[in-house]
Each structure stands twice: as structure tokens, then as C-alpha cells.
Write a protein that binds this ligand. Structure first.
Ligand code: PLP
Length: 381
């Protein structure tokens, strides 16, 4: 059965060049990067090139550090652990009510350890409530983690404004962003627009790289304690034998994503996504689209058809080979409705109807037409 894959915020198909380079590093250049023969084979250079590719993709400066981890979940856990270290008994920490579970649950965990955690609300459009932020912030704020783009709604947050508000009252506060969903989909300038942010989490499999590789970009001069101790790899910040095949694959994915981003690839993705929304509105006039009135990722639609159940619809579409998801990939495993939808003021019933469509540059108008036609048929049955 031919599959129409419309769940690219969960994961993406690796670029063929990524698979090729990883195969090469697994079959013939499988050395330990920090061993003498690994150094002779230039593996350190492979890691440096991979760091440069990430810096280029997010507009970071050459002296900003990149530490590779197993993915954004680990990077987020690292950043939040640093927040706990800086704040427990010495101030408080901030995050939002709509963060990915890897951030939210890391905060819940440090809260149990004694951290004073405050949760920023969002408006009905799913945007951080900046008025509330201005009221909340004081000079005792030690750490803030606020995402750049949302995994379910695709809403792009006013992170620059939020970081400026924080910096005004709490100049020493460490600011982290989980930019996992934004990277590769919208241009990012860590050096300029995000100049107030210190740490950025990324994940390779969200921009056509391999799974199990991601990292934390650390602004030059920011000091962190290690996330994992042991062999001292990566300047003692993250011990463990480096996953060179994945780092090399991630490097290719980052370079290709940067090239595509500068060559209007995402405009084409947006055209297809907008067509999907137009067709949705034509066929189901009561459809709700979350965050439709604010800046969003070009590939994402988080929609609900009143009176329907997302689980039933997603399953019925999957039987026919059309893959979408019910909210975030993690919440798809549980029966709890999207916390983000509830934070945006949706009722439980509305939240239960929400489905996430997320396109890639392989998604076509034909895929959209087939999906809408099938959706209509299922709802008539
Ligand atoms: N943060 C966000 C916003 C995500 O969408 C995801 C993946 O769904 C993650 C973090 C976790 O990424 P990883 O799979 O690399 O651990």
C-alpha cells in the first residue's frame, strides 16, 4: 500500500545523502573519534564540520559551542538540570504551560526536588502571554525555558520579546529555548534575533537527519556543568563515545536543510499546507484550526472537526495508508488530550477532536486532495 506521510513534526524521512554518509561511517570509518587512528582518519574534523553545519542552520556565531547529545529530550533535560542547579534555594525558574513533555516533565521533576517553578500562560491563539510575563519577572529569576515553535500548533513564539523582557529585570538569568520544531522550517538567527537566548536544543530527525542525535548550542562564554560524566569527551561536557555516523548524517541533513531553506523550499511546503486548510474549510465549515491567526510554521495545521473523535479518524485514515497524528507524538501514546489545546481554552471535547497535519517538501497537492476526499468519505459513513 502506498503511504501518504503527513506526520513530519513527529519525524522526517532521512535525506538519501544522510543514509549514504552514515553507511560509509558504519562500514569503513567506524573508528572511535578520540582514538589515535580516529584522529588520523580526520574524525575530529568530521565533528567540527558537523558543528559548523548546525551553526549555519541556526545562524550562530563561530565561537558558539555545539555539544552533541542523543536528541532534544536529552538536551532539554540538561538545560533544565542546569536551571535547577542555579535556582534551588537561590531564586526561581520559568517555563510555559505549552512546552513539549521533555521540558514540562523535566520541570515537574525539579519541582519535586525543591525548585520554585512558575508556568507562563498562553493566549487563546497559543502565544506566550507577554503581559503576564512582564508582571511575573523579577531579579530572582535564574533560568527560563521557552520554546520557539510549537510541535502541535506550529505557533511561532515571540521569543525575542520574551527574552528582552526577562533580560531587563533579570540580566543574569540563563535562557534556554527548545527550538526543535523551528529548525529547518523557518530561518533562525541565534546571533541576532535570538541574541538574548543562551542555549538552543535541536534534534536531527526533525530536519531529515537520523534519529538519536541532537544537541545543545551554547552561547560563547556560558558555563554549564556536564550532563554526563565519564571519559571526558566533548570538552568534558557530555562523556560517551561520540556517535560519528549520526553526527556525520546530522551534518549533511543540516547543510541540506539550510540550502533548501534559502531556496524557497518552505514556501512550497506552505502552499501545500494552505491548500489543505482551504479544502478543510470548504468541506467542513465548522472546522477549527488552532493558532490560525498568528505566525505559524509553514508546514503545520492543528485542526478539529466538531463532534468527531481524533483517535477514530486517525485510525480510519491509517487503515487507508494516510498517516497523521493526534497531537504530539508523545501524547499519542496516552489518552490525555493535548495540554496545549486546554491551555488555549479548548474544551475537553474540542481537544479530543484535534488532529495534527504536518507536511514536508515531499507532500503534494495530490496527497492533500486524497486526504480530504477520504476524510469526507469516512465522515459520511
Ligand atoms: N521538543 C520538541 C518541541 C519536539 O517536538 C520533540 C519531538 O517530538 C522533542 C523535543 C524531542 O526530540 P527527540 O526525539 O530528539 O528527543
Amino acid at each position: 500500500m502506498a503511504v501518504i506521510y503527513l506526520d513530519n513534526n513527529a519525524t522526517t524521512k532521512p535525506f538519501p545523502e544522510v543514509v549514504d554518509v552514515m553507511t560509509q561511517f558504519m562500514t569503513s570509518r567506524y573508528w572511535n573519534a578520540t582514538s589515535a587512528y580516529g584522529q588520523l582518519d580526520g574524525l575530529e574534523e568530521v565533528v567540527e564540520t558537523a558543528k559548523a553545519a548546525i551553526r549555519a542552520l541556526i545562524g550562530a556565531a563561530p565561537d558558539d559551542d555545539v555539544v552533541f547529545t542523543s536528541g532534544a529530550t536529552e538536551s532539554n533535560a540538561w538545560a533544565v538540570a542546569e536551571g535547577a542547579r542555579r535556582s534551588i534555594g537561590n531564586g526561581w525558574v520559568l517555563t510555559s504551560q505549552i512546552e513539549h513533555p521533555s521540558v514540562r516533565e523535566a520541570f515537574e521533576s525539579i519541582q519535586e526536588q525543591g525548585a520554585d517553578v512558575r508556568w507562563l500562560s498562553v493566549t487563546r491563539d497559543g502565544i506566550f502571554d507577554l503581559d503576564e510575563l512582564a508582571e511575573l519577572v523579577d531579579s530572582n529569576l535564574r533560568f527560563a525555558s521557552l520554546m520557539l515553535a510549537h510541535n502541535e500548533t506550529g505557533v511561532i513564539q515571540p521569543l525575542n520579546e520574551a527574552a528582552s523582557l526577562i533580560r531587563e529585570c533579570a540580566p543574569q538569568c540563563l535562557i534556554h529555548t527548545d527550538a526543535t520544531q523551528a529548525i529547518g522550517k523557518v530561518p533562525i538567527s541565534f546571533a541576532e534575533e535570538l541574541g538574548g537566548v543562551d542555549l538552543v536544543s535541536f534534534s536531527g530527525h526533525k530536519f531529515h537527519g537520523p534519529k538519536g542525535i541532537g544537541g545543545l548550542v551554547i552561547r560563547n562564554g556560558v558555563q554549564l556543568l556536564p550532563i554526563i560524566r565519564g571519559g571526558g569527551q566533548q570538552n568534558n561536557l557530555r562523556s560517551g563515545t561520540m556517535n560519528i555516523p549520526a553526527i556525520a548524517g546530522n551534518s549533511i541533513a543540516a547543510a541540506r536543510s539550510a540550502f533548501l531553506l534559502h531556496n524557497s523550499d518552505q514556501q512550497k511546503v506552505q502552499m501545500v499546507r494552505d491548500h489543505f486548510e482551504e479544502k478543510l474549510r470548504d468541506h467542513f465549515n465548522e472546522v477549527i484550526i488552532l493558532g490560525a491567526n498568528v505566525p505559524r510554521l509553514p508546514n503545520t495545521t492543528f485542526f478539529g472537526i466538531p463532534g468527531t473523535d481524533a483517535d477514530d479518524l486517525v485510525n480510519a485514515l491509517a487503515v487507508e495508508g494516510i498517516i497523521l497524528s493526534k497531537g504530539s507524538s508523545c501524547s499519542a501514546l496516552s489518552m490525555i488530550p493535548s495540554k496545549t489545546a486546554l491551555a488555549m481554552g479548548c474544551s475537553y471535547e474540542q481537544a479530543d477532536s484535534l488532529i495534527r497535519f504536518s507536511a514536508s517538501s515531499e507532500t503534494t497537492i495530490n496527497h492533500v486532495e486524497t486526504t480530504i476526499n477520504l476524510l469526507s468519505k469516512i465522515l459520511i459513513r
